[in-house]
Design a protein around this ligand. Sequence first.
Ligand SMILES: Nc1ccn([C@H]2C[C@H](O)[C@@H](COP(=O)(O)OP(=O)(O)OP(=O)(O)O)O2)c(=O)n1
Length: 301
Amino acid sequence: MPFLGASELRKLLKFNKIITDDDNNNAFNENRIKQAAYELSLGTQVYRTDNKDRKVEILSENNRNIDINPGQFTLLMTDEFVNIPDDKLAFISIKAKLKLKGLVNVSGFHVDPGFKGKLLFSVYNAGPSIITLETKKAYFLIWFANLNSSTGQKDLYSKNNNHHQGQKTIDPDYLDALKRNDMASPSAILLKIGEQKDYFDSEIRTLKNSLENDIKEKNRKVLNNEFFIKLVIGICVAIGTKYMIDLSITQLNVQKHIFENKKINQMQKQIDSIKSKIIPLQNTHNVIDKKNIKNNVTAKE
Ligand SMILES: Nc1ccn([C@H]2C[C@H](O)[C@@H](COP(=O)(O)OP(=O)(O)OP(=O)(O)O)O2)c(=O)n1
């Protein structure tokens, strides 16, 4: 089962409708022959497992690119139809430059004799980075091998016996199994853990800041209260001291008053005693005076 070399391949594809466009015209492009392979390009239909709408996406002139996120599974349909002759078997692959970025070709690697249709590649981004593809760019390779004999009608790939004959759009059947959710992959999980970590770090920072502010506010209030309490104590001490001083002065005044009263009483008593002695003396004096007056009268007479 020898593989076709470049010149045989060129001849085969140029003069037969093996690579065709949507209108069934020969789409062979001389520049797409690479060594013994022919390059096929990405068409307009793709489906990504992390596509929020869960629908096939249509690429166009204005929407040329598709980003395959790490850990995500994607269906990619070729732009070209391939029509495999009865005496050929083809092998397909994605280009090494994509594989080296981590894109794994999950789908099969052969195309049967008699197959007609666009090829549908399922790929998985096992790498750590987003892989971006562009519509109409060559990402796939196909090799043709001669079979020892032509395949008979009953063994040819056909619409009656096979599923993929004539495929030109992504069959919704394939989407159902992929629609569940985002695919989990170590790098995607790592990314999500990182995002969660960033989220929790920022939450912790916010909490820490708010706690620190609370503590500062409480400390400020405690300091204010302390100052207020000290002020009240100071005022109380001052009032108390003044009260004690006033009390002492009042007590002293009372004692002084009592002492003075006592003294006045004593003096009053002394005065009374002197008075009591003066009255008899006055009486005696009066008697003497009366006698003197009488004596004077007598003498005159
Ligand atoms: N990435 C691929 C691989 C294969 N095929 C097409 C070409 C093959 O000739 C055809 C059938 O391949 P398989 O036999 O591997 O697939 P199935 O078993 O699903 O298909 P069927 O039931 O039709 O045999 O699918 C395709 O479109 N895209």
